[in-house]
Ligand binder design. Sequence first.
Ligand SMILES: [Zn+2]
Length: 454
Amino acid sequence: MDFKRYIHAHSDELLASLAALVRIPSVEGEPEEGAPFGKEPARCLHEMLALCEKLGFPTENMDDRVGWCEYGEGEEMVAVLGHLDVVPAGDGWTESEPFSGEIKNGRIYGRGTMDDKGPMVAAVYALATLKQSGFQPSRRIRVIFGTNEETGCGDMAWYASHGGEMPVMGFTPDGEYPLINGEKGILNGTYTRTLHQTGDYILTRFEGGEASNISPAYAVAEVKCPTEAASKIAAEKVTVTPIDGGIRVEAEGVAVHGSTPELGENAIGRLAMALAQLPFTGETGECLAFVSERLGMETHGESLGLAMRDGVSGDLTMNVGVASFENETLSLTFSVRYPVTLPYELVYPRLKRGFTLGGFTETEMTHAAALYIPKDSELIRRLLGVYEAETGEKAEPKCIGGGTYAKSMPNIVAFGPIFPGDEVREHKPDEYMETRRVIQNAEIIASAMKALAE
Ligand SMILES: [Zn+2]
């Protein structure tokens, strides 16, 4: 019997259910009673669990942070993990209202259609089609709905710390096809150094960048100094302007995502290299020499002693994303992405030692461990087998520098929902998903659930 029949017979209902969820603007809000991440994410979770019950599945709601539905019997459980919260609408919507769920031209529009409500509604109908076909899994299949993926993953941290059952295998349709089996480890941190300034050249301003995970497109410094200093700086994409009592130095860069800094140009590094041409003395001279020589515009942390790579995920990358100078303290915020097979214990001490040698002190550090599930494991082989059978395309897994929801739960990899070559509009205006892709996701997820649970 065709186990996908229910999906095809109910595709309009599937899309209408998705539209109803998209109409709930489930952006994180103020915590309140019964809504720890704000009213709308909790309302969206309730609505989703009601849909699951309508389709005949038992559900659980864990403190209005995480919910799930389940099908089948068995000791072991396999999971499909996704999230119902969304990023804010932002400006620039021209094709539809951001929370419309409008269907036109073969697309369903609205925030969350691709990331990640579309794939989660597809997962629920995938479970329904398996149930309706009479499929009896030997492992339970659980569809888990988080509500805080976009703003910190407090949902899955809660699940893990409050006895939530962990799957033996599973996937999150919150990345891309064919499959992501490696995600680099991420160290986001801030190091600072306070300067006791002396001499004829005094740094009064140094700032640039917006976030640790974006390479900065612009950085600016001001220096109290003799006006003839302007002629001492000669560098490409650097502008020097005389100002009252000194000069202003501005550097241009090229903004790219911080997981691929080698594709951009770092304006903060460029600015430090330009300033190092001035005869700063004392601590300021030392500090600028360190930043220009050890960080500069390098993107693999080479001069900091961090040049490391592995065969599956490539080079370590480093992106200094934000710089500021306040109360005589220079502060640098960065993101390091290290190869999937290298241990944290190897990377972090080197990073810290590098900055310490430059007189910097660590003021902030967060770590997300690397994720890596080998290509020949049961999970990867089965999911790639499903993808190849469903699409007729040869599939290779890949490693990325970014982090997906897969990192929030053990034994999970990102599988779907975006097909190679399709336009990626998540987090952008006019987010949409082609309706045929929503349905195709439901089919693939059904096959994948079957492959993991039979
Ligand atoms: Zn997402």
